[in-house]
Design a protein around this ligand. Structure first.
Ligand code: ZN
Length: 533
């Protein structure tokens, strides 16, 4: 194993350190960035004229869960094309220079499965988010409006399941669906639960901050994909304005914001402007985009209201275990028809209208709205108005009146520095001395090539790194995997958490499994990384 590495003469983009394409050398020793190395002992790579970024971070993806696995089994040809087998997930991310990904939907009972699957995904550090949108054992705390009690239960669940943060997905929507109803007013209590969707969101978001968890509450608001849903999104965000941040800058993470930014009545229209304006005036909010790219896929969902109506006549899988989150999968095709054109334009409009890129992260909700392999193309559209204008649309959109083009520095923010900040990972998404040596080197010369004009060359470069370096090890060289190291599992940890006796008795009574089976042993994790909070 090479102990030290010296990468010479690259153009470095490292927004966390305000480095904007400067030509510099990077020294690496024992897996981390250091001030300098002994040139006689180090392996030297000269990357003159090439572009260097920290390893990419995908803040919202679906790559490891029982849910993904059922979908792989039910739709076999798609496993490799859309869902990707576990080893291919690792290889695909690392070929593009990504080194960290967040699995965004895991229910408590199924967390162990996700961890076992992570073992089969090489070369990618990872974390997962716990779905708690209608978790029955939290509801008494919500009814009492006790964020403190909710916080203790959440803390116990995160510790047991070795998960990193809290996800709320169409909160209480699965309960309403089982009553053959849909949520129309998020402030209206659901009779048999005694709480409204907004009560659940408020108490859990507050509990999230009380605990000082590393990541803000990750919200997929109610009414995803529906015409006019931007009002629900804004109502949700406004209800959370009073929550005091604990340690972090942001208190709310809006997931795949594109899907929650629609106006219209019968059909969708873009209201990206309204959502972007709100984000621009509220520094406590951040959003991953959820860019739609036309493609055939298998949609993975935990939101009945969103996808069951579109699955008629198609193969579908759906399940719910222990009355936790509902999961499902069905084939979907996103086309550039009228609706598709608006979805496509809404995502880009949002990314271009939010002024501060530190409040944005690039995502496609893989494999739903796009595939991870679409990231280079999306970056091309953000960097080049010319490339955007070449896309044929079936609808009028305000997108073509936007002249803004992202810079490479801003791309490094939305794909590296901003997600690292959102996840509170100080050693990721930057190239500071002491940080993990996770590095992507691309065959693109930012001094002589203009990304707004030479977009195809940039897309090609971003699709396959010259080198991907993970913890100081060269794992990809010109697309070829050299090594496949185990990824690290990041999870949120706190000592001395006990489940309140009353909750424990309830769980023991109503869970059909022993509640100890919710516990993922630390020993089985792929290289456990406890993040204390
Ligand atoms: Zn998702």
């Amino acid at each position: 194993m090479i102990e030290s590495l010296l990468i010479k003469n690259g153009f470095v983009f490292d927004p966390a350190n305000k480095i904007n394409g400067e030509r510099m050398d990077l020294a690496i020793k024992k897996g981390v960035i250091v001030e300098s190395v002994n040139e006689n002992e180090a392996k030297i790579i000269d990357v003159k004229g090439k572009m260097i970024l920290p390893g990419g971070i995908d803040i919202h993806t679906h790559i490891a869960s029982q849910h993904v696995n059922f979908a792989r089994m039910l739709f076999p040809p798609s496993s490799d094309e859309f869902l990707f087998t576990a080893p291919k997930v690792g290889l695909t991310y690392s070929r593009m220079g990504y080194t960290f990904a967040v699995e965004a939907a895991v229910s408590p009972t199924k967390a162990l499965h996700t961890h076992l699957e992570f073992l089969d995904i090489p070369s990618l550090d990872h974390a997962c988010l716990l779905l708690l949108d209608v978790y029955w054992y939290l509801l008494p705390a919500v009814r009492k409006k006790s964020a403190e009690e909710a916080a203790t239960i959440i803390s116990w669940l995160l510790e047991s399941t070795k998960t990193y943060g809290v996800k709320l997905l169409n909160p209480t929507g699965s309960e309403m669906w089982s009553l053959k109803k849909e949520i129309t007013n998020i402030e209206e209590p659901i009779k048999h639960l005694g709480v409204s969707p907004l009560d659940v969101i408020k108490i859990i978001a507050e509990a999230n901050e009380r605990l000082g968890l590393p990541h803000p509450v990750h919200i997929h608001p109610n009414n995803a994909g529906k015409p006019g849903n931007y009002k629900t999104t804004l109502k949700t965000l406004k209800a959370l304005e009073e929550i005091k941040p604990n340690k972090k800058k942001r208190t709310i993470h809006l997931a795949h914001a594109q899907l929650h930014s629609y106006g219209g009545n019968e059909s969708i229209e873009s209201q990206a402007e309204q959502i972007a304006e709100y984000i621009n005036s509220h520094p406590n909010v951040e959003a991953d985009i959820g860019q739609m790219v036309p493609h055939q896929t298998i949609s993975l969902y935990a939101d009945n209201q969103l996808l069951i109506p579109t699955s008629r006549g198609k193969k579908i899988f759906t399940d719910q275990v222990e009355l936790e989150a509902v999961f499902g999968a069905t084939p979907t095709e996103y086309k550039m028809d009228k609706t598709g054109s608006i979805m496509w334009a809404t995502g880009l409009e949002l990314a271009l209208k939010v002024k501060d890129p530190w409040q944005i992260q690039l995502s496609v909700d893989h494999p739903n709205l796009g595939l991870i392999t679409h990231y280079p193309q999306i970056i091309g559209w953000l960097l080049s108005k010319k490339a955007r204008d070449q896309v044929k649309l079936e609808a009028d959109t305000p997108l073509h009146s936007i002249n803004r083009e992202y810079t490479l520095y801003e791309i490094a923010i939305i794909t590296r520095a901003s997600p690292a900040q959102s996840l509170n990972l100080p050693n990721k998404g930057n190239l500071s001395v002491g940080s993990d040596a996770d590095i992507a080197i691309y065959d693109f010369n930012p001094q002589t090539q203009d990304p707004a004009q030479e977009t195809e060359a940039l897309i090609k470069a971003l699709s396959q790194t010259l080198y991907t370096i993970k913890n100081g090890i060269i794992i990809i060289k010109q697309g070829e995997p050299l090594q496949k190291p185990k990824g690290k599992t990041y999870w949120a940890h706190r000592d001395g958490i006990n489940l309140p006796e009353k909750v424990k008795i309830e769980m023991e009574r109503y869970y059909s499994l022993d509640i100890n089976s919710l516990k993922t042993p630390k020993e089985i994790l792929s290289n456990s990384q406890e993040i204390k909070y």
